[in-house]
Design a protein around this ligand. Structure first.
Ligand code: NAD
Length: 334
């Protein structure tokens, strides 16, 4: 099987080259898959893509013309794929539904602690010989209320992690789960979660229902000084609404591992370039905002699982025409 792996960095090449099954021939492309680069996939049986590749209808048409039969996502979310078009073109799509919920949940906890106790600012100060504590005041997590939106795999591991701090846990999910309740989550409606939470962390997928879930209206309903954490998908948050919330003081802290326009920025070294995204630059000016470049998943265990599940998916599809991690769309009538 000829597999074209897009959006590859050194860590992807290293992981996928190690333990490669014999029947798979790998070609790595550093470029993202998009309308411009899709012709590169001509002659390959499968393509492997990541969170910021663009796999819209036009890209899928080019892939189909080039003979591609399978799109293997090496991530859980599939919001960047036009599943209906893939199905219409007979292209199978598979994903890695879980590679390490621990990696993302632990990272969300890290963002909370860093924003609260300001490790990043303290570290820079001490290195420069400034041992003052002014501006570094934090708060006890103990006794605070934490609202979790999305209580699936990552949301529930996050509950386990934060439970040790002695917090009250509120939860909202379209499909509440008994196991989350057993972990002590109190399911409430979104208005209650917004009104009562000191910290709100997002662990739901990006869908048409959750796009800009955190908007002006939601922020106005929140507790003054709330901490917002997003390790899920950037477009769950309307960045301009958050900027307004930060300016008014309703939003007290923001921790983002994802950003709605991250595709033009994240995973690249742009340190000698002028960043054109004014919203992103504005966000960076707030002392109480911490942004990282979509790295919550980035642990050794997660990368090994991503590689192993991707190869298992492709092997199963090659042998049986299907695999347990397929995702599918709905064929349009006309
Ligand atoms: P999951 O499918 O196990 O859980 C998602 C939960 O969200 C489910 O309980 C589901 O019922 C709920 N949900 C669905 N629609 C909802 C809605 N409209 N409102 C509220 N809840 C809703 O997924 P997971 O493995 O826990 O991952 C969660 C998200 O984390 C993924 O969708 C992905 O976007 C993101 N993620 C980010 C990284 C990273 O590196 N930053 C890594 C992995 C996953």
């Amino acid at each position: 099987m000829k597999l074209a792996v897009f959006s590859t960095k050194k860590w992807v090449r290293d992981a996928f080259s190690e333990k490669k099954p014999d029947p798979i021939n790998l070609t790595f492309f550093e470029a993202r898959l998009d309308e411009e680069t899709a012709p590169l996939a001509a002659g390959f049986d499968s393509v492997c893509v990541f969170v910021n590749d663009t796999v819209n209808a036009r890209v899928i048409d080019v892939l189909a013309e080039g003979g591609v039969k399978t799109i293997a996502l090496r991530c859980a979310g599939f919001n960047n794929i036009d599943l209906n078009r893939a199905q219409e073109k007979g292209i199978k799509v598979c994903r890695v539904p879980a590679y390490s919920p621990y990696a993302v949940a632990e990272y969300a906890m890290g963002l909370i602690l860093t924003l609260n106790r300001k490790f990043h600012r303290a570290h820079s100060r001490v290195r420069e010989g400034n041992f003052s504590l002014d501006g570094l005041l934090g708060f006890d997590l103990h006794g605070k209320t934490v609202g979790i939106i999305g209580t699936g795999k990552i949301g529930q591991v996050f509950m386990d992690v934060i439970s040790g701090f002695g917090v009250r846990i509120l939860a909202y999910d379209k499909f509440p789960s008994d196991s989350a309740k057993a972990k002590g989550a109190e399911y409430v409606d979104l208005e209650t979660l917004y009104r009562e939470s000191d910290i709100i962390t997002l662990h739901c997928p990006l869908t048409h229902e959750t796009y800009h879930l955190i908007n002006d209206y939601a922020i106005k309903a929140m507790k003054k000084g709330v901490m917002l954490i997003n390790t899920s998908r950037g477009p769950l948050i309307n960045s301009n609404a958050v900027i307004n919330g930060l300016k008014s003081g309703i939003v007290g802290y923001v921790g983002l591992d994802v950003y709605e326009e991250e595709g033009d920025l994240f995973f690249e070294d742009l340190s000698d370039q002028v960043i054109q995204d004014d919203t992103f630059v504005r966000l960076q000016t707030f002392p109480n905002v911490l942004i990282t470049s979509h790295q919550a998943f980035f642990t050794k265990e997660a990368i090994d699982n991503i590689r192993d599940t991707t190869y298992t998916n492709l092997n199963e599809i090659e042998k049986t025409g299907s695999c347990e991690n397929m995702v599918s769309g709905v064929i349009r009538k006309s």
